[in-house]
Design a protein around this ligand. Sequence first.
Ligand SMILES: NC(=O)c1ccc[n+]([C@@H]2O[C@H](COP(=O)([O-])OP(=O)(O)OC[C@H]3O[C@@H](n4cnc5c(N)ncnc54)[C@H](O)[C@@H]3O)[C@@H](O)[C@H]2O)c1
Ligand SMILES: [Zn+2]
Length: 391
Amino acid sequence: MTEQDAIYSQGFNVRFEYPLCYTHGVFSPDSDLLASVMDRKKENRKHKAMACVDGGVAEAHPSLCADIQRYARQYGHIFELVAPPEVLPGGEDAKLGWDEVRRIMAALGDTHMCRQSFVLAVGGGGILDMVGFAASLVHRGLRTIRIPTTVLAQNDAGVGVKTGMNEHDAKNFIGSFAPPFAVINDSTFLTTLDQKHWIGGVAEAVKVALIKDADFFEFLHDSAVALRDRDMDCMETCIRRCAAIHLDHIRSAGDPFEFGTARPLDFGHWCAHELEVMSGYRFGHGQAVSVGIALDSYHAMRLGLLSERELKRIVECFTKAGLPVWTELLSQQSGDGGLQVLEGLEKFREHLGGTLTVTLPKSIGHSCEVNAIDAAIVRDGIEFLGSIPSR
Ligand SMILES: NC(=O)c1ccc[n+]([C@@H]2O[C@H](COP(=O)([O-])OP(=O)(O)OC[C@H]3O[C@@H](n4cnc5c(N)ncnc54)[C@H](O)[C@@H]3O)[C@@H](O)[C@H]2O)c1
Ligand SMILES: [Zn+2]
């Protein structure tokens, strides 16, 4: 510091709040939930809105776009659709490249949307990430209402504060922190999911249960077969508890925008993200997460953080639910003869900000952070998990 230097200290807080609502038939004429959510600030004005719909959802629910338009007409005193719903290719493809993002941004610009306008994003985590990202850039952030349509999006991807796009050969390499205006979980959408996306989200529920809630893990372990067999009551309980733990973490763990290096909700994800990239995104996110959790749980067992019995129960929970604990991708070698999946650790370290911080369970329901992952233990874990029958 020289005498000419001066430092003024600047600081302020911004409060974010958004409701997470549960309903059935969100666009049905007798439900005023969505309209009242849009009107929750009582601004006494008619808002512009654009609906962006996941193509897979539009196909499985052929009347959806017409239902949205009819709903808008019915609640025309609260909002008007500036254009017919945009139907976009869903899944991981939504997150690859800028073409769709630019298209959405152009549509938002052409229709003169303002910062009080609404983007309704209806779809799986891929569409919510991409549409949320585009909406977070236009005028530095429009209001997004997420209507997640997969289990994983209802209990994890859709309820938090982040958006992400795949670039530079890395999962979620770009993205933004953009809390939604509201989230509406409608379980009617879940009835049309294929089995992969029905059960995939259960892996995220096991994730939060293992590090935060032993009772919830018991529920998931005991309900694994019912969840696999599409028991809707069981799935609704699974979604509500998982989403509540997720929200609680964001609200009260002290780092909603992830400035620090600890990332508990990314337990199992260093491996999961690399497996997704290695598979060209054919391996589902939920399935990759169950493998990643199984591998890191094996690690935790070897470090004395979990008992062999606890590891067995975790593996049992996944296999009974029909989620994988192993994939042949785990054995794939990189150019230098090492394990390809270990490259995920390096990407994870960079993403966190230089210091590797991996969350592991410490007895079921609790967690701790470690700053190193032992490649030899990862190899043993892959061998161990590979020897487990899938059912
Ligand atoms: N932003 C976050 O905080 C966050 C957190 C976790 C995961 N994610 C992301 O979420 C993505 C995974 O999302 P996902 O598992 O929800 O799947 P997805 O968005 O990849 O969709 C899977 C497939 O299901 C179809 N689909 C969606 N809803 C349907 C329905 N109701 N009926 C029939 N078909 C339907 C889609 O068209 C798509 O083909 C990943 O890219 C992941 O990185 C983001
Ligand atoms: Zn995840």
